[in-house]
Design a protein around this ligand. Structure first.
Ligand code: PAD
Ligand code: ZN
Length: 376
């Protein structure tokens, strides 16, 4: 391509400081170095996790930074030694990398690559430099993928080639929100047919968990949210009951236990609050119940809970990216999307130009959107 090997000037939404709105800037994006890939982003979703960073609650992030981790685009050029993608390929950048070489990557049970941002800062590329500058200042990367930029540079192990037929403005959700929620039910909980599930939090991720519980054959899916405006969509996607904790005086775990006899078989916390995490744990049955933690609590949070909740047999676990080994599984999920095995399009409530990124965050905070997709 004509731009290959050259610095590209393009637009990006830059977060200059915690708590400040993003500002649309012209940035320079350097060419990819060896083992790196430069991508022209086409679409990117806004996930609560980006907002968590803006609230100062995410570990290992440095400002100024280009956020965004749920996107899809087309490879513009590749650095030396890159073999798995080439210019012109449709791709999804991976918010959980997949190096294929570390002991976790080689373990078939695990998707948590040791190059993941929770163990290693991903505020710069692996060689500890940035490919972004703006007004003469170095701008940090986020999760190595920074999808709120028209062009971004990522390590090869943080990008996957997808089917050329995939609509990028739709499958961008498979980069994080959909895959996380759906996989929490399918992979992390391994929901069984005929079981009862409770999903706490009906944002883009929680509603994807509802889709996953239904796909796994759950016969009862109880959707829990303090915003009743989320209930219609939850029912459309497979929830059988919708419960607003604000409608009850007793704790939500007691409400769910009353509704089900001994508690649900599987509960999911997809909000990111310490108190709803313990409530979700107490909502699954005391013997074989499984509670999966999906929500991201602000870094430094501490949970205290009664150990007797676990002594009788409950399982409490967490998941990142729904347990999918990203480089192998995201392309397969895209194929399943194209085969209409699930309809993640129902999660997209707004499509906005990148210039309206702050409006997208406002809609999310106000509980008015499920997913806003930003187009470049
Ligand atoms: P969202 O803000 O769209 O949805 C959160 C929902 O929770 C909203 O509908 C709220 O009304 C609801 N809610 C808030 N408080 C309560 C409460 N006390 N009781 C019941 N419902 C409540 O967020 P999202 O769907 O984009 O993300 C959800 C979480 O998942 C968030 O913490 C995010 O950071 C996390 C996440 N985790 C991973 C992972 O890999 N584990 C990936 C992506 C997102
Ligand atoms: Zn790895």
């Amino acid at each position: 391509m004509a731009t290959s090997g050259k610095v590209i000037r393009c637009r990006a939404a830059v977060a200059w400081a915690v708590g400040k709105p993003l500002s649309l800037e012209e940035v320079e994006v350097a060419p990819p170095k060896a083992g790196e890939v430069r991508i022209k982003m086409v679409a990117t979703g806004i996930c609560h996790t980006d907002d968590c960073v803006l609230e100062g609650g995410f570990p290992n992030v440095d400002f100024p930074v280009i956020l965004g981790h749920e996107g899809a685009g087309i490879v513009e050029s590749v650095g030396e030694g890159v073999t798995s993608v080439k210019a012109g390929d449709k791709v999804i950048p991976l918010c959980i990398p997949h190096c294929g070489e570390c002991s976790f990557c080689r373990n078939p049970e695990s998707n948590y690559c040791q190059k993941c941002h929770l163990s290693e800062p991903q505020n710069l590329l692996p060689d500890k430099t940035s490919r972004f500058t703006c007004k003469g200042k170095q701008i940090h990367h986020f999760m190595w993928i920074s999808t709120f930029a028209e062009y971004t540079v990522v390590p090869e192990y943080a990008v996957a080639k997808i089917d050329a037929a995939a609509p990028l403005d739709k499958v961008c959700l498979l980069g994080c929100g959909f895959s996380t929620g759906y996989g929490a039910a399918i992979n992390a909980a391994k929901v069984k047919p005929g079981s009862t599930c409770a999903v706490f939090g009906l944002g883009g991720v929680g509603l994807s968990t509802v889709i996953g519980c239904k796909a796994a054959g759950a016969s009862r899916i109880i959707a829990v949210d303090i915003n009743k405006d989320k209930f219609a969509k939850a029912k459309e996607l497979g929830a059988t009951d919708c419960v607003n904790p604000k409608d009850f005086k007793k704790p939500i775990q007691d409400v769910l236990t009353d509704m089900t006899g001994h508690g649900v078989d599987y509960s999911f916390e997809v909000i990111g609050h310490a108190d709803t995490m313990t409530a979700a744990l107490a909502s699954c049955n005391m013997n074989t119940g499984v509670c999966v933690m999906v929500g991201l609590v602000p870094s430094g949070s501490v949970i205290s809970f009664d150990p007797l909740l676990l002594l009788s047999g409950r399982t409490w676990k967490g998941t990142v990216l729904g347990g999918w080994k990203a480089k192998d599984c995201i392309p397969k999920l895209v194929s399943s999307y194209l085969e209409k095995k699930f309809n993640s399009d129902l999660l997209i409530t707004h499509t906005l130009p990148i210039a309206k990124v702050n409006e997208g965050f406002e809609l999310l905070r106000a509980g008015k959107s499920i997913r806003s997709v930003l187009l470049f």
